[in-house]
Design a protein around this ligand. Structure first.
Ligand code: 5GP
Length: 190
């Protein structure tokens, strides 16, 4: 078993900008490493298996649930599963690094509770639901039906913000990235 380390959780509705902020931090801070989630969805655009996600079949995902290999998992969208493998966190801690997550709101709160005292849980707040909807539509990667589901989920998720350790406003990306750096550095120096 690897010596336990710290965890930094970035959660937000899809489209709030958390992935961009997490990538910014990974580029700046070599003591962080991204927790690669497993998912049953198809790879989008230039996503790479084993880098952005472990893209696995639903059958394999369900088998891993049965074997209790996930520290958390969610059926984030109907029929589409996402989850964090225990081995992923251990892989990163073994290197003496801090794990950084890009994860949905319920999954983030689940991890925060599970790793209480070791985790910093950050909620990325978009300027408004309208802006979020524009960003999601602008991606052009989802069908109208998928978009509708993402909008409904986003609206619900915005209400969870107060349960996080910190709410990080992403009204302007450069400012949000700079603020995130300060938050993470302070947490790692504690
Ligand atoms: P996307 O399909 O846009 O990559 O991700 C959809 C949502 O699932 C995002 O909010 C993303 O952060 C979340 N997600 C990614 N990995 C995980 C995970 O391991 N567990 C949970 N609960 N959510 C995840």
């Amino acid at each position: 078993m690897a010596k336990e380390g710290k965890l930094i959780i970035f959660s937000a509705p899809s489209g709030a900008g958390k992935t961009t902020i997490v990538h910014h931090l990974l580029g700046k801070m070599s003591d962080l490493e991204f927790s690669i989630s497993a998912t049953t969805r198809e790879a989008r655009g230039d996503e790479v298996d084993g880098k952005d996600y472990y893209f696995i079949s639903k059958e394999s995902f369900l088998h891993r649930i049965a074997k209790k290999e996930f520290v958390e998992f969610e059926e984030v969208y109907s029929g589409t599963f996402y989850g964090t493998l225990r081995t992923e966190i251990e892989r990163i801690w073994k290197k003496g690094k801090t794990v950084i997550f890009d994860i949905d709101v319920e999954g983030g709160l689940h991890l925060k509770r599970k790793y209480d005292g070791q985790a910093l849980a950050i909620f990325v707040q978009p300027p408004s639901l309208e802006v979020l909807k524009e960003r999601l539509s602008g991606r052009g990667t989802d069908s109208a039906e998928k978009l509708k589901e993402r909008f409904a989920k986003a609206e619900k998720e915005l209400n969870y913000a107060p349960q996080f350790d910190v709410i990080l406003k992403n009204y302007e990306l450069d400012t949000a990235c700079a603020d995130a750096e300060v938050l993470v550095k302070n947490f790692l120096n504690q």
